[in-house]
Ligand binder design. Structure first.
Ligand code: 1GP
Length: 249
């Protein structure tokens, strides 16, 4: 099983090199939009493309992944909302277990169904403890997953959940307020989680400005994920990337 991206995440986390992932929802792009994204992302020093979503309706996922692979050397990582989003052309796949929830299908059920396809495809699977945090309003992911996010101010629940993920052998933790969240995860919660685990920490949901990206990177997020805000304004890529990469710890 390949492990290049997992190793890269761990190395950058050890070295305190903050990283930036642009999340692409395949339902929201076409070829001209991808062309523009790729050209700005190359200039802007984007570290990863995440591709996927809780609900992907169209059939542009495969084209999106292939386009990104053909036109950039930026690693493409699938952030799957369902088994249907497993695709062998990406560099890696976040093999997510929704550990903040108590829905057995998203803790282990879907994984059993996906495992043979993932193994057969040879894609790098990054075991990821996925933790949903309340972002001020129900999001697609909280509705679709049928789980209750951890309350915004309950840092200790987030810390214990992340520690459990680490003890279970997961390779990274992804704390998410959900796409389009009204408020992003607090810097205090991120700092508390970071202090208690030695895994790369991915953070996303509702991050719309370079200031927010800086604050959360500075608090300990190894990878900042931005989707919605960039869909609305691609030019934000450069400013957010600059903010994240200017954090020195
Ligand atoms: C959602 O973490 C991602 O799962 C990104 O969220 O679209 O709000 O940036 P946004």
């Amino acid at each position: 099983m390949r492990s290049a991206i997992t190793q890269l995440l761990h190395k950058n986390s050890r070295l305190n090199h903050r990283q930036f992932a642009v999340l692409i929802d395949p339902d929201e792009v076409d070829i001209p939009a991808l062309e523009k994204l790729v050209s700005i992302a190359k200039d802007g020093g984007v570290d990863y493309f995440f591709v996927g979503g809780s609900l992907v309706i169209g059939n542009f996922l495969d084209t999106t992944i292939k386009y990104l692979k053909q036109h950039t050397s930026i690693p493409v990582i699938i952030f799957p909302g369902s088994i249907q989003q497993v695709n062998p052309h990406a560099d890696a796949l976040l093999f997510l277990s929704l550990i903040s929830g108590r829905n057995p299908e998203l803790l282990i059920g879907n994984h059993v169904l996906a495992a043979p396809y993932v193994k057969k495809s040879g894609i790098e699977a990054i075991s990821t403890g996925y933790i949903l945090i309340d972002g001020g309003a129900p999001t697609t992911v909280s509705y679709i997953s049928n789980t209750t996010p951890i309350p915004h101010d309950k840092n200790e629940i987030a810390v214990c959940t992340a520690m459990a993920g680490e003890l279970l052998g997961m390779q990274t933790i992804y704390m998410d307020a959900g796409s389009g969240a009204k408020r992003f995860i607090s810097a205090e919660m991120i700092a508390a989680v970071k202090k208690n685990i030695a895994l790369p920490l991915i953070v996303g949901g509702g991050i719309k400005t370079p200031e927010a990206a800086y604050e959360l990177s500075n608090a300990g997020a190894d990878v900042i994920v931005v989707g919605n805000a960039i869909e609305k304004d691609t030019a934000l890529i450069k400013e957010i990337s600059f903010a994240i990469h200017s954090v020195s710890v």
